[in-house]
Design a protein around this ligand. Structure first.
Ligand code: ACM
Ligand code: ZN
Length: 618
């Protein structure tokens, strides 16, 4: 009997320990399966780290830096197998492991931690999961819980796009975020390098692109959409660009972090900086046009001529250098939102249209895209374009970024027509949109894209057959730069929504859970971002407030709302900041006109999580 009771007690204790362990770790993205069992591995200075010989050059410096900066540990690193009894973390390759590419098996036992994967990406990702079990403080010794994690990505393409044309961001900023994003298993960095407001990459054959195209007149303080065009005489002081040496450094840094860099040169539209640098690429020979880099939203005359051979010869020169610089098999040529009004009036464009029997300017765009496609293919690259490249006669062989939704349905038509497709839904993944009540957020497009909506996005349309689903390469969140002049503001827009996008792209729908994700942000990842000195947004915790005024009765119905689950809203109507001693919001309530309502979101410990929302009723 005593033996029987002891074993019950033993199992209860184990069960209790397992539960504690499971709650303490907040993995993002959520792995496919995690099971906690057995004793911890004590990670301390006596631990040896073993990596495959062929990756030692990349992995050892990376791991050594992480173990030292996060835990203060100087470990021993080698590609030689551990001795008997030597406590170790072993990274090992097994091409027959039953996981997808970049997946991994992580096994933590008292004597060893073993990360097994089919390739470098898998080893890197396995380490990221292990890394999320480390405490935030530099503690020297870590008890890594006994566990087995088996994990595979849902999609091979887990991207983030950053627009550095509208506002240039320095190389150091790019490096910082490749490091942070890769720790969430993001593996594609789509670099939007050119647009109307700046050309950001050195092209040796065409120095004007950065001597002139990377700089614009200063309109700081004037709303993006109200800015007056620059004149030729004005000084051009705002901008910057990456040298080819900078680009090589970023590529090498990203490679260690399992991140592929996809460059985008946006043509034939969005090209004001290009035509400002080389006006001969514009439609007419003697144009009555402004040839200054755009300073804000208005950028007329921003398309290159689709009729002149010189346009294609020029682009060939650019594409040759880009192709030589970036190892990615992809080269993004933009293709979006081309204003074709000049093409309609241009003798060169119209000549090409007639010669080639093109029905309209949409077909002329296809003609342009197909000529550029030939140039890209000659460089042995796969062309990517925004979904407008499907218009007219399409672009067989290209990969599509499906951004439009609603009237256009490229998320369905592109895979159905046989195109490999990356989902970049502007409704769910354009994280340049504000993420909380508009009046409490910094300036931005006035559409609210809260964290929960990014998290809840399902990239695969139900209309696709399994064969068409296989053409969906993955998902990508895009940060357009019109309203993000500073690094702090870019970070604020990126985080935590980039983490939600990372989970959408990595985790199987079966393991996705909004409540777990939002709790993981509060309990762990916000602190992790703080450690990396990232200026993330806490808008998730802002209370949405609205009211309906009943003038007849002279009273207002007040509604408070939150995208979170499991936290409480408290509010006041006496002008004081709400606390947990204020009224708890259960449902809409009546207040007198002119009342100042203040509301905040609180966790179970009574801590105010975000900012206080204030509205004064009419
Ligand atoms: C886009 O948003 N114009 C791709
Ligand atoms: Zn033209």
């Amino acid at each position: 009997m005593i033996k029987y009771l002891t074993s019950i007690l033993f199992f209860l204790m184990i069960g209790f320990n397992l539960q504690v362990a499971a709650q303490e770790y907040h993995f993002v993205p959520q792995p496919e399966s995690v099971s906690f069992s057995g004793d911890a591995f004590v990670l301390d200075k006596n631990t040896k780290v073993v990596v495959p010989k062929k990756f030692q050059g990349e992995l050892i410096p990376y791991l050594a830096e992480k173990f030292y900066s996060d835990l203060g540990l100087n470990l021993t690193y080698s590609y030689r197998n551990p001795e008997m009894g030597e406590k170790h973390i072993l990274f090992k390759l097994d091409k027959n492991l039953a996981v997808k590419d970049e997946g991994y098996l992580l096994e933590v036992q008292p004597a060893s931690i073993v990360v097994t994967a089919k390739n470098y990406g898998g080893l890197f990702n396995g380490f990221q999961t292990l890394h999320q079990t480390f405490p935030l403080e530099n503690s020297g010794t870590v008890n890594v819980p006994g566990m087995t994690v088996k994990d595979s990505p849902r999609f091979g393409w887990r991207g983030i796009m950053l627009d550095v044309s509208r506002h240039f961001q320095p190389k150091e900023f790019i490096l910082k975020h490749i490091d942070v994003l890769s720790s969430y298993k993001v593996n594609k960095f789509h670099w939007h390098l050119t647009d109307d407001q700046g050309w950001r990459i050195e092209i040796k054959k065409y120095p004007n692109l950065t001597e002139k195209g990377a700089w614009r007149a200063d309109r700081t303080g004037v709303s993006w959409w109200q800015r007056e065009e620059a004149t030729a005489e004005e000084p051009k002081t705002v901008g910057g660009f990456y040298t080819q040496e900078d680009i090589k450094e970023v590529i090498a840094y990203a490679k260690v972090r399992n991140v592929e860099i996809i460059p985008e040169i946006d043509v034939p539209g969005h090209s004001k900086a290009l035509v400002a640098s080389y006006p001969q690429l514009f439609c007419y020979d003697e144009p009555d046009a402004n040839f200054e880099v755009a300073v804000g939203g208005k950028a007329p005359d921003n398309a290159v001529c689709a009729g002149k051979d010189t346009t294609y010869e020029f682009l060939e020169g650019v594409i040759e250098e880009i192709a030589a610089l970036f190892p990615s098999k992809y080269l993004h040529i933009g293709g979006d939102e081309c204003n074709k009004s000049n093409w309609k009036k241009c003798p060169y464009c119209q000549g090409v249209k007639t010669e080639n029997n093109l029905k309209d300017e949409e077909e002329l765009q296809s003609y342009f895209i197909q000529r550029v496609h030939k140039i890209v293919k000659a460089q042995k690259k796969t062309m990517i374009g925004w979904d407008e490249i499907l218009s007219g006669k399409g672009a067989p062989g290209a990969t599509i970024m499906a951004w439009r939704r609603g009237t256009y349905t490229p998320e369905i038509t592109a895979p159905k027509e046989g195109y490999p497709t990356v989902m970049t839904s502007y409704k769910h993944m354009y994280i340049s949109q504000v993420q909380g009540p508009t009046f409490m957020e910094p300036e931005g497009p006035k559409v609210v894209l809260p964290l929960s909506k990014v998290y809840g996005h399902e990239p695969l349309p139900a209309e696709l057959t399994p064969e068409e689903v296989n053409r969906v390469l993955g998902n990508e969140a895009c940060l357009w730069g019109e309203f993000t002049p500073t690094q702090e503001h870019c970070e604020y827009m990126l985080y935590p929504r980039a983490l939600a996008s990372a989970e959408v792209s990595w985790s199987d729908t079966k393991v996705k859970d909004w409540k777990r994700f939002q709790t993981a942000m509060e309990a762990s990842h916000f602190k992790r971002l703080e450690r990396e000195q990232v200026n993330y947004a806490k808008s998730l915790f802002t209370v949405y407030a609205s009211y309906a005024l009943d003038e007849l009765e002279s009273e207002a119905y007040v509604y408070l709302n939150t995208e979170t689950v499991g936290y409480d809203i408290f509010y006041s109507t006496n002008g004081e900041d709400p606390t947990t001693a204020s009224t708890k919001y259960e449902s809409d309530f009546i207040a007198a006109p002119k009342t100042l309502v203040k509301a905040g979101l609180f966790n179970k410990e009574g801590t105010l999580l975000g900012r206080v929302t204030e509205i004064r009723l009419k």
